[in-house]
Design a protein around this ligand. Structure first.
Ligand SMILES: NC(=O)c1ccc[n+]([C@@H]2O[C@H](COP(=O)([O-])OP(=O)(O)OC[C@H]3O[C@@H](n4cnc5c(N)ncnc54)[C@H](O)[C@@H]3O)[C@@H](O)[C@H]2O)c1
Length: 250
């Protein structure tokens, strides 16, 4: 896949799956904007790794659930690169709790950071993509958005929402050279899943048909493909990267 001269923004790319996506997009030739929230040194570090690959990179600390911060992030990207070709909506959090114990704040935080952010970032890049008549919007859903998961009513709702959003905007922009797809990972070995107990991880591994947790690179590879010119005829889809888990659960 050749992404030479493409400009990509990957939200939440300071670590985990987002970082792997940013590095793989850069390895395929793209210049990449690294976004994360909190300590600016995190995004700076990943941007330095991208520059070491010979690509351009910009680190932007912004909370993707804030409309003002998203607008500023896209403005800075356009000022630096003049365009946005690829948006990867990756930033996300979990606040797991059984429903009876789930607070309003647990619900609102997850829905705002995991779902509203996808609306805000996608809306903000759409104008420049429409102008260029080319674009790739790829959002991280999850297999729990398809099959559900006890203790994750908030997270599964957000991830299911991303699928409805993706299918809708895919129809809105299909005639303009822009595709919108979702990737639904299963259990991937990152900080997010390292919060699970060893017992939960063992149980998960036993349920996964391939027999092991996926790596951030497994997800990143699917995203580089969907971001490529070669994937121009694929839109409004959900690609499970889960070692067969969702199929086994259904
Ligand atoms: N790890 C898994 O097994 C798994 C499975 C399915 C889906 N996913 C999804 O993949 C994506 C990445 O997951 P991960 O495992 O790498 O998670 P992670 O927690 O390791 O990384 C998420 C990154 O997003 C950043 N982030 C959080 N809130 C943000 C905000 N408001 N603005 C900007 N950045 C923010 C974090 O600082 C962090 O760097 C998430 O959307 C997650 O829901 C992960």
């Amino acid at each position: 896949m050749n992404l030479a001269d493409k400009v990509a923004i990957v939200t939440g790319s300071g670590r985990g799956i987002g970082k792997a996506i940013a590095l793989k997009l850069a390895a395929a030739g793209a210049n990449v904007v690294i976004n994360d929230v909190g300590d600016p040194a995190v995004a700076d570090g990943v941007a330095a790794e991208i520059k070491a690959l010979g690509r351009q990179s910009l680190a932007i600390t912004a909370d993707v659930s804030s409309p003002a911060e998203v607008t500023a992030m896209i403005d800075k990207t356009l000022a630096a690169f003049g365009k946005v070709d690829i948006l990867v909506n990756n930033a996300g959090i979990t606040r797991d709790q059984l429903l009876l114990r789930m607070s309003d704040d647990d619900w609102d935080k997850v829905l705002t950071i995991d779902l509203k952010s996808v609306f805000l970032c996608t809306r903000a890049v759409l104008r420049p993509m429409l102008k260029a008549r080319w674009g790739r919007i790829i959002s991280l859903s999850s297999i729990v958005g398809i099959v559900g998961n006890a203790g994750q009513a908030n997270y599964s709702s957000a991830k299911a929402g991303i699928i409805g959003f993706t299918r809708s905007i895919a129809k809105e922009v299909a005639s303009r050279g822009i595709t919108a797809n979702a990737v639904a990972p299963g259990f991937i070995d990152t900080e997010m899943t390292r919060r699970l107990t060893e017992e939960q991880r063992q149980t998960a591994s036993k349920q996964i048909p391939v027999g092991y947790l996926g790596s951030p690179d497994d997800v990143a590879t699917a995203i580089v493909f969907l971001a490529s010119e070669e994937a121009r005829y694929i839109t409004g889809q959900v690609l499970n990267v889960d070692g067969g888990l969702a199929g086994a659960w259904m």
